[in-house]
Design a protein around this ligand. Structure first.
Ligand SMILES: [Zn+2]
Length: 338
């Protein structure tokens, strides 16, 4: 038996000294963690391209064809909306290279990647937070300019898609711009849009989704991307129905409105992108979720990932798909087979 006054570590065959040598100040760790741009580190593993204030690429942790892996240099964090992988430079090196925490720190400390100065780091973090605040403020300002969709191209668009039930209050019509010029800060000319008001888990408006329409609402506008979001979309959803103990989640407003019409009494919430389905914030009243997917390989994969993520969050999860002859719920509503 070891003497109680002796070195407590000696009983386990090691002395305290080497452990003390391994102790590093939290401040020092933070410094090493953010010494290099995370995109420079991850760029050696997967090709990243700029998307707004983040960089995106194919996830190094799961096989995928469309990019759901996001890197935020200002925060020094990565996040995959597909498999849920997330962390910082240290975790990235531990998981890709199988390094221990200390080995990852040493590897970063000795790396010859460009060093990001403390001032540049602080500035990037401030700009990142400011850009997010601005996007939410813009989304709110645009939402204020919208009107009830009755008698507008938004209602005409819904009708053209076979949606005849009254539109919920979260669906609006507005003449809104699509883009803002990065250099001048000026918004593009306004166009008619069906606008979805999107809220976070607490029910606060944090984003809008615009579906740009032809002037008569007979279809979507001829644009490369007629569906655009603005604001803080991570965690947000377009609630077509109220908070309920069970909600159905689906991908697009057209699918969501079709389901609301077909399933009276159900509450359907729309995710702002396939990859964002696992992220939807749920208030505590919601106990179970039905994920309404689409009939294609990508749709099935998205549902599987969302089901796993939402189950881990303690929700009871079921899934459903349109009948095999239809691609999505709106096609099924209109009887338009594949
Ligand atoms: Zn992934």
């Amino acid at each position: 038996m070891p003497n109680p006054t002796s070195d407590p570590f000696s009983a386990y065959g090691r002395s305290a000294a080497p452990i003390r040598r391994e102790l590093i100040d939290a401040r020092e760790i933070e410094d090493i963690r953010l010494r290099h741009a995370l995109s420079d580190i991850i760029g050696g593993y997967t090709k990243l391209r700029r998307a707004g204030r983040e960089l995106v690429g194919l996830c190094p942790f799961h096989p995928e064809k469309s990019a759901s892996f996001h890197v935020n240099d200002a925060k020094g964090l990565y996040h995959c909306f597909g498999c849920g992988a997330n962390g910082d430079a240290i975790k990235f090196l531990r998981e890709t290279e199988g390094l221990s925490f200390m080995e990852a720190l040493r590897s970063l400390g000795g790396s010859d990647l460009p060093v990001v100065s403390e001032a540049a780091r602080v500035k990037a973090a401030q700009e990142d937070a400011e850009a997010r605040r601005q996007a939410i403020a813009d989304a709110k300002a645009f939402a204020d300019r919208c009107v009830d969709p009755a008698g507008t191209p938004a209602e005409a668009y819904a009708m053209a898609r076979g949606i005849t039930a009254p539109l919920p209050p979260s669906i609006r019509f507005g003449m809104l711009p699509a883009w803002r010029d990065r250099e001048t800060g000026e918004w593009s000319a306004p166009r008619p849009a069906m606008v979805g008001l999107c809220v976070n888990g607490g029910g606060d408006l944090v984003a809008i989704q615009r579906i740009f329409l032809r002037p008569d609402g007979s279809g979507k506008a001829q644009m490369r991307k007629p569906k655009l979001t603005l604001g803080r979309i991570r965690g947000a959803s377009l609630r077509l129905g109220p908070v309920a103990s069970e909600v159905i989640i689906t991908e697009g407003p057209e699918d969501g409105l079709s389901l609301m019409q077909e399933l009276p009494g159900a509450s359907v919430w729309v995710a702002l992108g396939t990859a964002l389905m696992p992220e939807i914030e749920m208030p505590p009243e919601v106990r179970s979720v039905v994920i309404a997917g689409q009939n294609d390989a990508a749709g099935h994969a998205a549902v599987t990932r969302a089901a796993e993520a939402l189950t881990l969050r303690g929700l009871s999860v079921r899934t459903m798909f349109p009948s095999a002859e239809y691609r999505d719920w709106n096609d099924e509503l209109r009887g338009v087979a594949i």
